[in-house]
Design a protein around this ligand. Structure first.
Ligand code: 2SA
Length: 459
């Protein structure tokens, strides 16, 4: 047997690559390294702008040339960093050497010693992760998540008035409309979107143990916390003033908790739609050329929702694990965060893939109104709740003296199939006010939906 050429182990890099969008721009190793170069370059510019150690501010052309190292970062740079790291065995030190080489290319050798000045690797790493995770969330995950919410909202509005039998505990229950049931998901997902949008992305920049020790001994007169704060904020991040060597990663735990929560709500949606499909309430539109089952030619399987279910579980497993492990680091640091954070993209990738499948799946289903109608018509006993509640109101208002209306309706309906004729006869025999009786006689399972339709308008 011949050996295969190197293969991706993660399906996110194989068969599902197109579904994860541009996550790799931010959450890949190359994306991280580019961000590290960005932080190192901006730190050099920030120091020279402040004239540290007698330096003069760089000219606009010099700054632009340095920043082009970041904007034009590509495969040759990825390869160069890999070869540097093969020697240093330290990923951030490799970045420092890479930046020094670029300074040399630009005749800026006099700044070489200010590269990575007073920094510990985590000063560069934490800012790079904050920038890349922020950009991945804001530019990739959130737009996709919002677009899925918009698709569900569109369906909710389209099915605003389509009455259907509810199934609490899987058993026939007070009807609703499909639109209202979908709107519940929109409302839940939207809340989490707002929480994700409000997420903090924090950075520290304070040296080997968060004490500015090297900084102060090198330049006692500089207000280093101010410099640190200005620098972190200049990258569009919030400043964390009090840490050990590492940024404490609490913001990451909070963010991953929110994404994982979103995953679970989407999982609830995926399994509900799967169940509606199974009940025949949603029909799947066959895709031309596609196969359902390899042996049962009649089948159209709900594979989009099943794929989403699996990937949402995987995403939450990874993100929950990250949230748990990242908030602990022994004493002033251990390196578990470094190894764990390399999987942030995996967590987001499985969520992106699930979002993609949910969106496609929702585009391939149609509500079967005939099934909804037959379902409602076969379950007139759900009006038992309506009748017993109206009788109670009549008793309370002094228009009826029926004893224990609940027990009466229980006797009539519990565990029984009741038809329209049985209920009409029962209601006609009730001693209640005429208005109430007419209201009950006009009711059908399909109209016993309260204000379900109007609730959709709250979206
Ligand atoms: O500024 C420093 O480096 C200070 C140093 N702490 C470190 N901080 C950050 N990175 C460090 C640290 N130590 C190692 N490394 C390098 O991290 C890389 C770990 O590899 P991986 O498990 O693949 O994530 C891998 O490249 C490691 O070489 C300390 O002694 O406190």
């Amino acid at each position: 047997m011949t050996t295969l050429p190197p293969q991706p182990l993660s399906p996110l890099d194989g068969r599902y690559r197109s579904a994860v969008g541009t996550l790799g721009e931010h959450l890949s190793e190359a994306g991280l390294n580019r961000a590290r170069v960005h932080v190192e370059v901006e730190w050099l510019i920030a120091q020279t702008d402040r004239g540290f150690f007698g330096t003069s501010p760089l000219t606009d052309d010099q700054k632009a040339a340095l920043r082009r190292v970041v904007t034009e970062f590509g495969q040759p740079d990825i390869d160069e960093l890999a070869s540097l790291e093969a020697t240093t065995r330290h990923d951030v030190k490799a970045v420092e050497y890479y930046v020094r080489r670029r300074l040399s290319d630009l005749n800026l050798d006099h700044l070489a010693e200010l590269t990575h000045f007073a920094c510990t690797s985590e000063d560069i790493n934490n800012l790079s992760y904050a920038v890349t995770v922020r950009d991945a969330v804001q530019q990739v995950w959130l737009p996709k998540y919002r677009s899925v919410i918009a698709t569900i909202a569109e369906l909710a509005r389209a099915h605003r008035d389509d009455a259907m039998l509810s199934r609490t505990h899987g058993q026939p229950a007070t009807p609703s409309t499909m639109g209202k049931e979908l709107a519940v998901f929109v409302y839940r997902l939207e809340r989490i979107a707002k929480q994700v949008e409000a997420s903090e992305y924090l950075g520290k920049f304070s040296g080997a143990t968060g004490t500015f020790s090297a900084h102060v001994v090198a330049a006692p007169d500089v207000s280093w916390p101010d410099v640190s704060r200005e620098f972190v904020e200049s990258l569009g991040l919030g400043w964390n003033p009090l840490t050990t060597q590492i940024e404490s990663h609490d913001w990451q735990a909070e963010l991953y908790g929110r994404i994982s929560h979103a995953n679970r709500v989407l999982h609830n949606l995926a399994t509900d739609i799967w169940t509606y499909i199974s009940l025949g309430i949603f029909r799947q539109t066959p895709v031309a050329g596609a196969t359902g089952s390899s042996t049962m030619p009649h089948k159209v399987n709900p594979i989009r929702f099943e794929n989403a279910e699996a990937n949402l579980e995987l995403s939450s497993a990874v993100l929950d694990s990250l949230a748990a492990t990242l908030v602990t680091s022994r004493l002033q640091r251990d390196l578990t965060d470094s190894s764990a954070q390399r999987n942030i993209g995996v967590g987001f990738g499985h969520s992106m893939l699930a979002l993609d499948n949910i969106q496609r799946g929702l585009g391939e289903i149609d509500l079967d109104l005939a099934v909804l109608a037959a379902d409602l018509d076969g379950n007139w006993e759900v009006l038992g709740e309506a009748i017993q509640t109206v009788i109670r109101a009549e008793v309370a208002a002094g228009r009826s003296n029926i004893a224990d209306p609940y027990a009466l309706l229980k006797e009539l309906t519990r565990g029984k199939r009741i038809g329209q004729a049985d209920l009409v006869e029962f209601v006609n025999g009730l001693e209640i006010g005429d208005d109430a009786k007419q209201r009950l006689l006009a009711l059908t399972p399909g109209t016993y939906t309260g204000i379900a339709s109007e609730l959709v308008d709250r979206l």
